[in-house]
Write a protein that binds this ligand. Structure first.
Ligand code: PA5
Length: 361
């Protein structure tokens, strides 16, 4: 469908990803309420460092939190994807397992490993094995409001993670930060949602400009993980290849590859995600890059986060990327919901004996 202002724009969205995205404020409110009701049975000084485990649409909440709150983290905290915890994880490491479905084998394996090592643990999930197995063990399990797909549950996963880590003193949310985040979500839905015509909708305009290209999404500091989120959403919602890079690291290697852009049989576009609070030198790097790539790649799109607080600015850029990916799906007549390749791979792996490890199979 070429008309992004058509009232039928969501017709091909069989799982309701558009509708779920528009519920962001409700998801935020519900997550706040649900998080407040969970008791955490260990004190703030029960751990020295933190590992946030999770994969895909659930794991991204950990990356976003660590990158955005980097300078406000009170304890060493890292996001981790994979099966095995590092050797240093022990009884003074808080391990947080985030899995929307509650059945992701990598995350379940980390959780079992953490319990074996007597780490303090908690989980963020909608259910399945992660909830059923650990609730009876008096392990804090934060339920999150449901969504048609894990990646469409980011607002509630990230809100729950931020609030639980705030309670434990790992980060300290500023006064007014949650209210600003809620206002920013509301504004983002209004500004980027399907009801806003293309002539005044940055998400529709960006999708139109990058359609038919391989989008390269560049971010730095807080926006680095958001760039990764954009890439993943373009992959999973629009079924398209996309790549991301982190500034300044990009400036030490990938930048050279741009010289060969015209030689390769592909056409890329660039989206630069910027934050008004970026380090001055990162800001200057984006400006210098814009000049350097001029004439080599087009279009180059510059986006700056709106919102006052950290959480709000994350939500603004995340929602913009989510909508860009959904409009790309519309333009290419792709159903944004199904992720057949992931499902097929998970089904293949579930046939193996390893699944027994994943609690009670
Ligand atoms: O987008 C998706 O559906 C995936 O990236 C999943 O999030 C990923 O496979 C992990 O599953 P879960 O989020 O349920 O732990």
């Amino acid at each position: 469908m070429n008309d992004l202002d058509s009232p039928d724009i969501t017709r091909g969205d069989t799982l309701g990803i558009f509708a779920q995205t528009a519920l962001a404020v409700d998801m935020f409110d519900a997550a706040r309420e649900m998080t407040a009701n969970v008791a955490i049975p260990f004190p703030r000084d029960a751990f020295r460092d933190v590992i946030l485990c999770g994969m895909g649409g659930s794991g991204i909440a950990g990356d976003l939190l660590v990158n955005a709150y980097w300078q406000r983290l009170r304890k060493p905290t890292r996001a981790f994807r994979g099966y095995m915890l590092p050797a240093w994880a022990g009884e003074s490491t808080l391990v947080v397992a985030s899995s929307y479905s509650g059945s992701t084998e990598e995350t379940l394996t980390c959780m079992m490993d953490a319990v074996d090592r007597t780490c303090p643990v908690m989980a963020i999930t909608t259910g399945s094995k992660l909830r059923d197995h650990y609730v009876p063990q008096n392990i804090p399990v934060f339920d999150v409001p449901p969504s048609p797909m894990p990646r469409a549950a980011l607002v509630q996963m990230l809100t729950t993670l931020a609030l639980s880590l705030d309670r434990l003193g790992v980060i300290e949310l500023h006064p007014g930060e949650l209210e600003d985040a809620r206002d920013t979500l509301e504004a983002a839905i209004d500004r980027y949602g399907p009801q806003r015509p293309e002539s005044e909708n940055p998400a529709k305009q960006i999708a139109r400009k990058i359609q038919g290209t391989i989008p390269l999404i560049w971010g730095g500091e807080m926006t680095s993980s958001i760039a990764y989120r954009w890439k993943c959403q373009i992959n999973e919602n629009a079924n398209l290849p996309s790549f991301w890079a982190d500034i300044p690291e990009h400036n030490h290697n990938e930048i050279v590859g741009i010289e060969g852009h015209g030689r390769a049989d592909l056409r890329a576009s660039v989206v630069m995600l910027r934050d008004p609070r970026q380090h001055r030198q990162v800001e200057r790097r984006f400006e210098a890059l814009t000049k350097l790539i001029d004439g080599r790649i087009a279009p180059v799109i510059d986006v700056v986060a709106s919102g006052q607080g950290t959480l709000g600015r994350i939500f603004d850029l995340v929602l913009l990327g989510d909508y860009v990916s959904l409009y790309l799906a519309v333009l290419d007549d792709v159903d944004p919901g199904p992720i057949e390749m992931i499902d097929r791979l998970k089904a293949t792996l579930a046939e193996g004996l390893y699944g027994r490890l994943a609690i009670g199979r």
